[in-house]
Design a protein around this ligand. Structure first.
Ligand SMILES: *Cc1c(COP(=O)(O)O)cnc(C)c1O
Length: 382
């Protein structure tokens, strides 16, 4: 399989005909338990928390798309991040990118910290800050690039080199790019994390999360967390992600084309400030985006100056839906301060630059001229 090109992998990796019936689509195995063939022997499955044939196929597909050795599907992106830290011990130190998805900060600050695991937020876009933050107790560095919603980038190979020299493992939240537009493992990362809720599923009809490992030890560790802690993805949701993956490269091409066109249009609009899209030459890390990404994607944010202006804009859009989430076929617009980053204090949001007027767009696959016209009329209402 691995010698096939990407679009072929997306349609076929893990998605071969069912050995029993020849069904072209991976069947949804709605069975919690499996008949054993004897005492202590089975046909490969015994209980669906430990393994399910539909989930196996999704995990195989995910591993192939990220070039990893094993995939692990969880009930949501947050369950996948939880699995990432589930095997750490009291006294361990974790470095995390400083403007990550708000749910990641909520999990780390309100739950994981109480286990005696120290979480330190570092501006991972600065390799010197990363080097200075590593201690003997550091076990994991979790980075998000580009970050949500400010689209700040971390140089994956540079920070992996620094981390690996000190024996620290690096995980990358690759949700914003999807496996099509960025390959963290090829850049040196150890583990990739996804909220499959976003581009991988692609149709906003199911939550899910994934970890993709690069070593046999990861397979053992993450399988243990799946089996022991139980935060696994249901067979039905696994099927939805498998179905989404078949068109992922095709959808990403359209997301990319529309993202670029919308960003280009917004860059000419005087009513907004701080337009953040790594594909624009004005983005401070445009060169890094060109180097480590295979595209710029369809996520961007900008500042309309005040909460009132953002409210008028979100009330005026017609095709863009004012809603949380991202990566679906439909275009969405959201107010970061009161949605994805609502769990942070005003001071924390302010220090990160998540201002009251900040709006984030997830540009879908509709016609780009219609999307631009919609944004134009909504901006006129501001
Ligand atoms: C949505 C998201 C998550 C959380 O995933 P859920 O599936 O909502 O639990 C984590 N990281 C990023 C970058 C996200 O966009």
């Amino acid at each position: 399989m691995s010698n096939y090109k990407y679009s072929t992998l997306a349609v076929h990796a893990g998605q071969y005909p069912d050995p029993l019936t020849g069904a072209v689509n991976v069947p949804i195995y709605l069975s919690s338990t499996f008949e054993l063939t004897g005492i202590g022997t089975d046909r490969g499955w015994d209980y669906s928390r430990a393994g399910n044939p539909t989930r196996d196929r999704l995990e195989e597909a995910l591993a192939a798309l990220e070039g990893g050795t094993s995939g692990h599907a969880f009930g949501s992106g947050m369950a996948a991040i939880y699995a990432l830290v589930a095997t750490l011990h009291t006294g361990d130190h974790v470095i995390c990118s400083h403007n990550v998805y708000g749910g990641t900060t909520r999990l780390f600050n309100q739950i994981v910290r109480h286990y005696g695991i120290e979480i330190e937020y570092v501006d991972t876009s600065n390799p010197e800050a990363v080097a200075a933050a590593i201690r003997p107790a550091t076990k994991l560095m979790h980075i998000e690039t580009p970050t949500n919603p400010l689209m700040s980038l971390t140089d994956i190979s540079a920070v992996c080199e620094i981390a690996h020299a000190k024996g620290v493992e690096v995980s990358v939240d690759n949700t914003f790019m999807s496996p099509v537009l960025q390959s963290p493992l090829a850049l040196g990362a150890d583990i990739v994390m996804h909220s499959t809720t976003k581009f991988l599923n692609g149709h906003s009809d199911g939550l899910g999360g994934a970890l993709i490992g690069s070593k046999p030890e990861h397979k053992e560790r993450f399988h243990l967390v799946q089996k022991a802690a139980g935060g696994i993805l249901s067979p039905f949701e696994c099927f939805l992600v498998l179905r989404g993956i078949k068109t992922l490269p095709l959808r990403m091409r359209q997301h990319e084309e529309n993202g670029r066109a919308v960003a280009q249009f917004l860059s000419t609009q005087p009513k907004l400030n701080r337009l953040a899209y790594p594909g624009l030459p004005t983005h401070p890390q445009h060169a890094l985006a060109v180097k480590q990404q295979k595209g710029f994607g369809s996520m961007m944010s900008f500042d309309l100056g005040s909460r009132e202006a953002a409210g008028r804009f979100l009330g005026a859009v017609k095709i863009f839906l004012s809603a949380e989430s991202l990566g679906g076929v439909e275009s969405l617009a959201s107010h970061s301060a009161t949605t994805t980053h609502a769990a942070l204090s005003d001071a924390e949001r302010e220090s990160l630059g998540i201002t009251p007027g900040l709006v984030r767009l997830s540009v879908g696959i509709e016609d780009k001229d219609d999307l631009i016209a919609d944004l134009e009329q909504a901006l006129a209402a501001v």
